[in-house]
Write a protein that binds this ligand. Structure first.
Ligand code: PGA
Length: 256
């Protein structure tokens, strides 16, 4: 059944955003405060450099913040890395982990993602764990095998369902304007839910499963109606307050 859970709409800014871009977050906070997106959980994941400033802007609003990655260790000699504890300290409540751009460009394995998710939970962050197949894997009919293997390999032991968010992001849909058909998304989300039942017996229904990959104001309503889609992970369209708000509002209206 779609949208039983409180929907979550997260914006992944990736490596975009200077201080002047914080105006988009301020606009979002003001709009959400007006009740424009109140019933859905709204999260922005800016670059780590903007987190503390963003946290000041979001204080007292309904908009929450997330990081885009974290190290497996809480601290130490890891030049250039950011720990989950640091993200939490800067004002984050969530962290995106295992995004395909990190799996591809930084060679992140499921095991590494699993350790990062455990570190996030220890620091008090909810991990948004990304899974998704490449175009070649889809063409080879391996989509479900790939995402279920990523799911099983990336989840830390003993995670509570309500603390966990999964994002299904087909690699070929990210930043391309392409999306799977609603039927294809329903098949993958259903398989992920079923996989979660095996991994977290009795708690699969508490896990929010987001769809990500070319979510835009124009297709958000159609994607939201798909069974087992509990929200969206939005890249490019999250950089502009009005577009992100339009997507969030679709979920808000459905949740009312
Ligand atoms: P996109 O990115 O919305 O720009 O396709 C989604 C993501 O990578 O999280």
């Amino acid at each position: 059944m779609p949208n039983r859970l409180r929907p979550l709409v997260a914006g992944n800014w990736k490596m975009n955003g200077l201080r002047r871009g914080l105006v988009e977050i301020a606009g979002l906070c003001a709009a959400v405060a007006d009740g424009a997106a109140g019933a859905a959980e709204i999260v922005i994941c800016p670059p780590a450099t903007l987190l503390m400033k963003a946290a000041e802007i979001c204080a007292g609003s309904l908009v929450r913040l997330g990081g885009q990655d974290c190290h497996v260790a809480p601290r130490g000699a890891f030049t250039g890395d950011v720990s989950a504890e640091m993200l939490r300290d800067a004002g984050a409540a969530y962290v995106i982990l295992g995004h395909s751009e990190r799996r591809t460009a930084h060679g992140e394995t499921d095991e590494r993602v699993r350790l990062k998710a455990a570190a996030a939970l220890t620091a008090g962050l909810s991990p948004i764990v990304c899974v998704g197949e490449s175009h070649a894997e889809r063409r080879a009919g391996r989509t479900l095998a790939v995402v279920l293997a990523q799911l099983a390999g990336s989840l830390p032991e003993g995670v509570a369902g309500e603390d966990l968010i999964i994002a299904y992001e087909p690699v070929w849909a990210i930043g391309t304007g392409l999306t799977p058909t609603p039927g294809d998304i329903a098949e993958v989300h259903g398989a992920l839910r079923h996989g979660l039942e095996g991994l977290l017996p009795g708690h699969a229904a508490e896990v929010r499963i987001l769809y990500g990959g070319s979510v835009k104001p124009g297709n958000a309503a159609e994607l939201m109606k798909v069974a087992d889609v509990d929200g969206a992970l939005v890249g490019g369209a999250s950089l502009v307050c009005a577009d992100f708000l339009a997507i969030a509002s679709v979920y808000r209206e459905a949740a009312l």
